[in-house]
Design a protein around this ligand. Structure first.
Ligand code: SAH
Length: 340
């Protein structure tokens, strides 16, 4: 039996047509699910009895369970248990512009980035579409507030779970669904080039962020194994195509690791690499974890790196630090929980 929260509006319209019903029923059901937030089919009072019975036969509405949460200033980290007892996390960040939720896309991750906690726990499976949608619904129901922004930067590699991620975006972006504007949704990838290409063809107006973290292959190979499959030149080349075709600006995430990728030479090389590309760089202070030896760069080093990019006319920002006390680095809550 399928979970109803995994159905896009298109899927539901198709479903009703196949059952000799009008497609607009899909809109009605969507509104009950996402505007009214009912938890049983029986509450959908404008849907006729036979249709409800059919829906109950074909779908369940099972949610996900909040196992634990940790709260810090402007940040809440949630650990959820899925129907098969696997666990994933989501992190809520309160900004002045709204509530931004960092959503997980897989249980564990196979990308093996050297600095990342999520990769210490290998991928168990990808998340189904409904398991991503339900992270948002559960957080909104806890907060009694709307999630206005979604970033796919939790555990997992979104483009390693491409089809479900695309359906997830379609459900949360739909005006009849959760109605989060495309420009308020950001997909972050370690750089799976063929999937970036597919994403470009798909034409979704959401933001694309690339975890770069190094300006050359020698260094990036050491930090991110994916670079051996899709080296920097291929990555930059597909991103040039992407920004030309979509007219959208690409974000580069660059974690600053003390003594590793934070030298002046790295900054200059990065500026050279990105010259002429419609992009901006988001410098990320590393969130240290007890299991991994990397250290964060000092404030002075971060500022120097920033200044070099600026001087070389690269748009650059420094990411606000959230939740060091609540273990907000992706994967930390889950891995500490599993170890306890
Ligand atoms: N797999 C995707 C999305 C999940 S990781 C990706 O690679 O983009 C989301 C972001 O958090 C990535 O930029 C990742 O490199 C970064 N990240 C991972 N561990 C971190 C840590 N300890 N401190 C700061 N950023 C981290």
């Amino acid at each position: 039996m399928k979970n109803i929260y995994g159905m896009t509006l298109d899927n539901l319209e198709q479903y009703f047509l196949e059952h000799n019903e009008k497609a607009f029923k899909a809109t009605q059901v969507f509104e009950w699910l996402y505007k009214r937030r009912v938890s049983t089919f029986q509450e959908m009072t404008n849907v006729k009895k036979e249709t409800l019975e059919q829906l109950e036969q074909d779908f369940n509405m099972q949610g996900i369970t909040l196992v634990t949460k940790t709260e810090g200033k402007d940040v809440i980290k949630f650990l959820f248990e899925l129907a098969d007892s696997n666990k994933v996390e989501a992190v809520l960040m309160k900004h002045d512009y709204g509530n931004s939720l960092c959503v997980s896309t897989e249980v564990g991750c196979n990308m093996g980035c050297a600095f990342c906690e999520s990769g210490r726990l290998k991928k168990v499976r990808h998340l189904e579409t409904h398991e991503m949608v339900l992270q948002i619904l559960a957080v909104e129901s806890y907060l009694k507030e709307r999630v206005s922004h979604v970033v796919l930067m939790g555990i997992g590699e979104p483009f390693d779970n491409y089809d479900n991620v695309i359906d997830f975006i379609s459900i949360i972006n739909s005006g009849k669904g959760i109605d989060i504007g495309a420009r308020h949704i950001t997909v972050s990838t370690c750089g799976i080039v063929p999937k970036i290409e597919a994403f470009m063809q798909d034409g979704k107006q959401v933001n694309l962020a690339i975890s770069l973290h190094a300006p050359n292959d020698t260094l990036r190979n050491q930090l991110m194994p994916i670079n051996k499959a899709y080296p920097i030149e291929q990555l930059i080349s597909v991103l040039k195509k992407y920004s030309q075709k979509t007219n959208r600006r690409v974000t580069f995430e660059y974690i600053l690791l003390d003594g590793v990728n934070d030298t002046d030479a790295c900054a200059l090389e990065l500026a050279q690499l990105l010259k002429g590309l419609n992009c901006y760089v988001n410098l990320i202070p590393y969130n240290e974890t007890s299991h991994i030896e990397f250290k964060k760069s000092s404030k002075e080093t971060i500022m120097r790196f920033y200044d070099i990019l600026k001087k070389n006319k690269i748009n650059v920002t420094i990411r606000k630090e959230f939740g060091r006390r609540v273990m907000a680095a992706c994967g930390q809550l889950r891995s500490n929980y599993e170890e306890a």
